[in-house]
Ligand binder design. Structure first.
Ligand code: FAD
Ligand code: SF4
Length: 511
């Protein structure tokens, strides 16, 4: 039967079993489309990265002898919508059977099911062969359990896949988790190797994007595009991580610094989320490197890295499929404020936010603690509508795809799911930001002050937030200590926190 196989932009898995055999009867189809670039305003680097990676993927498939129909964004045959493109090709190529891979996004899952129901030819869906888990594995694992603590899922994954295990039950190094060793502040040493960049000229694709009127956000240097956009380049980033960064990954995982945007982070999320690299090969490659260099690399570095991928990444995907479609509109804390304008410009006096926003706009990247404890922290403390927060995060980051963006943003960061992902909200005053980095040193606000025009805004917002949301947290044991401190706080101090917070929330761009 003449078959059409669809490959979505985040399904660039060259090792998929589809590609093991060549057939004159199989045509692959890929398309850049306005539909997929316009449901939220994306960072320009993200659009460029996806288009270039898709184009390289097409070249790789063709060089292996596969037939590919590819619509660039400005192709005159491109109908700009998935269903119109598919219908057109099925008719023109006289296709008798249609196949696709399970998408990772709920919206596309429904859309493809609907398209298939309407087709007059047969259709079939296959696994994307990327993740360790199936969509429903996390839900099944936690069935009957009270809380979805990620740690137990992670341990189970280690056992199941025999990763860093001494025997069937005992973890290597005698403990499952070395998180406590992952909390160092970086103060100039050890030196941080320059990040692996590719310095590509992207003038042509930028012109096409502009001509087609795709609205984007963020900044780009058209002569120096840094992200990997082919499997070969992704492997280079992975190898670079092993040889240069793994040695200190865990130590400085939570560190913040004005001069160092990437520290020892891998920058592999785009490579994995587009599926150019599989989590399995990332874990196996880094583990092999670790075992060959055990004298130089402490177990806490590799364990911290593996936990993020084998634990958090798979866990978030499972939560997404367990909770969708309802998850997308959860707003447990009933937050309704607008996202401050400075998230789109970086124009704020608060130094930590200035760095984190500008970095996000310049590089389509911020590391985990910037996303969680600066940008997410401020959005939650100012009680921002999670829809606004989600739209920003989904647009701005190179790695933002709904299944992992939504669970991290609405769940882990904004506590809008009421505690499915995180057991307590990730909020803090300025002291945590000061503890983990040097932003406060060059800030015009004083992190130690709680009163006065130059007091760090986080210090007021923190207590105001706990006060405002006390009803929500009264049964949350992990909040007990902070709630009892709030209760003991003298009225005058509390009133000061509340009144300054009102000003900040009313006009965040003045701060
Ligand atoms: P590293 O620090 O080098 O970590 C290695 C890998 O671990 C990452 O590439 C990623 O695949 C995985 N990982 C680490 N933490 C997480 C996590 N919490 N959830 C899932 N995977 C994780 N990650 C995304 O891939 N897409 C997103 O849209 C996204 N949005 C986020 C929003 C918020 C509010 C927060 C707090 C985190 C978000 N993350 C997201 C998780 C994390 O911040 C990024 O994966 C990471 O910063 C990517 O950079 P890296 O590759 O250098 O990561
Ligand atoms: Fe951020 Fe407050 Fe520190 Fe300034 S003083 S950098 S606003 S935490």
């Amino acid at each position: 039967k003449k078959t059409l196989r669809l490959i979505l932009g985040d399904q660039l898995n060259l090792n998929h079993s589809w590609f093991e055999n060549k057939s004159d009867n199989v045509i692959y189809f890929m398309a850049e489309s306005q539909e997929e670039t316009s449901y939220v305003k994306h960072h320009i680097q993200k659009v460029v990265a996806f288009f270039l990676s898709m184009r390289n993927f097409k070249k790789d498939l063709e060089s292996q002898g596969h037939q590919v129909i590819y619509f660039q964004i400005d192709d005159k045959n491109n109908q700009q919508s998935l269903s119109d493109n598919l219908n057109k090709i099925i008719k023109e190529e006289e296709i008798e059977h249609f196949e696709y891979l399970y998408p990772d996004e709920y919206r596309l899952d429904i859309k493809l099911k609907t398209i298939c129901n309407k087709l007059s030819i047969s259709s079939q869906v296959k696994d994307s062969e990327h993740f360790y888990t199936q969509r429903e594995d996390v839900e099944n694992f936690y069935k009957g359990k009270k809380e979805m603590t990620m740690e137990y899922f992670y341990r189970d994954m280690r056992k199941k896949h025999e990763i860093m295990m001494l025997n069937a039950k005992k973890p290597e190094g005698g403990q499952w988790n070395f998180d406590k060793s992952n909390r160092k502040k970086w103060t100039g040493k050890p030196p941080i190797p320059k990040f692996k960049a590719f310095d590509k000229n992207v003038e042509d694709v930028l012109k096409q994007i502009e001509t087609m009127g795709i609205k984007t956000m963020g900044r780009i240097d058209q002569e120096k595009f840094p992200w990997p956009t082919s499997r070969k380049e992704c492997i280079e980033v992975l190898n670079y991580f092993c040889t240069h960064l793994l040695v200190h990954f865990g130590d400085y995982e939570d560190a913040l610094h004005t001069d160092e945007k990437f520290l020892f982070h891998s920058r592999l999320s785009f490579a994995m989320n587009s599926k150019m690299l599989s989590p399995k090969e990332v874990i196996e490659t880094t583990l092999d490197y670790y075992y060959d260099h055990k004298e130089e690399i402490d177990i806490s570095q590799i364990e911290g890295f593996i936990r993020q991928i084998l634990g958090w990444r798979e866990f978030m995907r499972g939560v997404y499929w367990q909770e969708m479609p309802g998850y997308k509109s959860k707003n447990e804390l009933q937050n309704t404020n607008k996202l401050p304008d400075f998230y789109w410009t970086g124009d704020t006096k608060m130094n930590c936010l200035k760095h984190a926003v500008n970095q996000s706009l310049d590089d389509a990247y911020a590391h985990h603690i910037q996303r969680l404890m600066i940008l997410g922290n401020f959005a939650l403390l100012t009680m921002t509508d999670p829809d606004e927060v989600d739209a920003w995060y989904l647009g701005v980051y190179i790695d933002a795809i709904e299944w992992v963006e939504l669970t991290n943003t609405r769940g882990m960061s904004q506590f809008a799911d009421g505690g499915i992902v995180a057991t307590k909200p990730y909020v803090s005053s300025g002291s945590y930001i000061n503890k983990m980095g040097n932003y406060c040193k060059s800030c015009q606000y004083s992190v130690s002050k709680k009163e006065g025009e130059d007091a760090c805004p986080f210090n007021n917002l923190y207590w105001n937030f706990l006060y405002e949301k006390q009803e929500h947290f009264k049964n949350n044991q992990r909040m007990n200590m902070m709630m009892s401190l709030l209760k003991k706080m003298d009225k005058e101090t509390l009133n000061h926190h509340i009144s300054r917070s009102k000003k900040i929330i009313k006009n965040p761009s003045n701060f």
